[in-house]
Design a protein around this ligand. Structure first.
Ligand code: GRF
Length: 206
């Protein structure tokens, strides 16, 4: 199945720092990534990523997830994304699991970035897990989001070495530098209609 988004309109969902949002925004502004960020949606009002987006003049929406059921939150989020005619939804440090309501509204149109080489180390605090496990390499992964936790089809990955003297911060920083590159590259692959889903595999066409 070829993934063919209807437009280049994207939304970015953040819960925290928002450095991946900032990198994507930089790439769209410099022309490196041909995409239009039509909405930055956050579920934590104080999230630096959401504030930064507002400061940079992007349209933002805060939807509180506190005391809100998953279905209700997702229904509101989907309505907002549809209103903005979003073709691709990019999760960037968005700390919520999406319900079937959200997933079925954007099938293979939701991307996530994860700071490990999936399928190794799904879940949280994975840079620490890679260090403690004694892995010699780690990295980051951009994948489609489906009902499996960090388990959807992989679009792009980058590998980084784990060095003997690495602290958690050293490794996280090295991975983050790569995240900021490959997320925009993966978005471009998807938006340009070059991705074909073949079972679990994402084939990339020229
Ligand atoms: C990144 O490490 C990303 O891979 C993970 O959450 C972190 C978000 O960082 N999903 P930021 O908010 O984009 O700076």
């Amino acid at each position: 199945m070829r993934i063919e988004p209807a437009s280049r309109k994207i939304a970015i969902l953040v819960s925290g720092r928002g450095s991946n949002f900032a990198a994507i925004a930089d790439h769209t502004e410099s022309g490196k990534l041909d995409a239009e960020i039509v909405l930055v949606l956050g579920n934590r009002e104080s999230a630096p990523g959401l504030r930064n987006a507002r400061r940079r003049g992007f349209e933002t929406l805060f939807l509180s997830s506190k005391d809100t059921g998953r279905r209700e939150f997702d229904t509101r989020a989907v309505a907002a994304l549809r209103e903005k005619d979003v073709a691709i939804v990019c999760l960037a440090g968005f700390m919520r699991i999406l319900s079937p309501v959200f997933l079925s509204a954007f099938p293979y149109r939701i991307l996530n970035i994860h700071p490990s080489l999936l399928p190794a180390f799904p879940g949280l605090d994975v840079q620490r897990q890679a260090l403690e496990h004694g892995a010699k390499f780690s990295g980051c992964t951009v994948h489609f989001v489906d009902e499996r936790l960090d388990g959807g089809p992989i679009i792009r990955q980058a590998v980084v070495p784990i060095l003997d003297g690495d602290s958690h911060e050293d490794l996280s920083g090295r991975i983050l530098t790569q995240e900021h590159q490959i997320y925009s590259e993966a978005i471009d692959l998807v938006l340009s209609g070059r991705c074909e889903l073949d079972g679990r595999r994402v084939l990339i066409h020229d």
